[in-house]
Ligand binder design. Structure first.
Ligand SMILES: [Zn+2]
Length: 269
């Protein structure tokens, strides 16, 4: 019987806290549009490419039946990026409106080059400037959330690293309007910050505008960092720990990823 069926991890996560994702797989474009306009409480989608123009990311999400999507805002391999033209931003916004995407269901992912907690002054300055640039692009695109990896302490202390990350966020908030900076929990690999939920809270505590900071919970990273969601009830335990350490009010999105590595492996893969 269905009621006796073992609940999947995704069901545990979505049922526990009514998180934004959906199992619905409408069969054609018109039903997808209908679903997007209905009263969905859960929104799910993939990370989509911006190849050929950032507005094409919207089409890619629609083509796969997404009700949400993630994207990069530029090349992940370069500190310098071509400016976002107003024509490209307008085309993106029009496409979002056309297909009924709410800005709260679109989660841009920050460049992997950024390390806002770097002890190296040049890397910190470049990262801080890139964070401002990323938030400015979000504003131009009409987006409200921006997700990024907090940073790594390299050869400094975790405390100094967290202080610098908060400093970069406060600086970016001063330079740009409205966009919410969304910290991602990490696997704890190397000197990365954010393996423990309490580290995210330490950063949040130092961010002046609490309305502009949140968390994206990555299930692969959490599992690798030691939050074992594999046994029954494991997801609820993890979410309870998150609620105690950070608070569900800060949860803005979930990266629902599988993990190749074992729990407590500290590996991000
Ligand atoms: Zn990430």
């Amino acid at each position: 019987m269905a009621s006796q069926r073992k609940r999947s991890k995704k069901e545990e996560i979505t049922d526990s806290y009514e998180i934004q994702c959906s199992d619905e797989q409408p069969s054609d474009t018109s039903s997808r549009e209908d679903a997007r306009e209905s009263n969905l409480k859960k929104f799910i989608g993939a990370h989509v490419s911006i190849s050929g123009g950032i507005w094409k990311a919207v089409d890619s999400s629609v083509a796969m039946g997404g009700h949400a999507f993630a994207l990069f805002l530029g090349s992940q391999r370069s500190w310098t990026r071509p400016a976002l033209t107003s024509a490209a931003a307008d085309a993106f916004k029009k496409n979002c409106t056309k297909h009924g995407f709410d800005a709260l269901h679109i989660l841009p992912h920050g460049s992997y080059l950024m390390n806002c907690g770097s002890p190296k002054e040049d890397v910190f300055c470049k990262s801080q400037a890139m964070l401002v640039d990323e938030l400015s692009r979000c504003s131009a695109l009409g987006l409200k959330l921006f997700n990024f990896h907090p940073g790594a302490s390299i050869d400094s202390s975790p405390e100094k690293c967290m202080e610098k990350i908060a400093q970069a966020i406060n600086h970016a908030h001063q330079q740009t309007p409205a966009v919410i900076t969304v910290l991602e929990n990490m696997s704890g690999q190397g000197s990365t910050i954010g393996g423990q939920f309490s580290e995210l809270k330490t950063i949040i505590d130092r961010v002046r505008d609490k309305t502009r900071v949140g968390v994206c919970l990555d299930t692969c990273h959490a599992f690798a960092a030691g939050y074992d969601i594999s046994p029954p009830g494991g997801v609820k335990n993890m979410l309870d720990e998150f609620h105690c350490a950070v608070g569900m009010n800060y949860l803005k999105a979930i990266h629902l990823n599988d993990s190749k590595a074992r729990a407590l492996s500290m590996l991000n893969k």
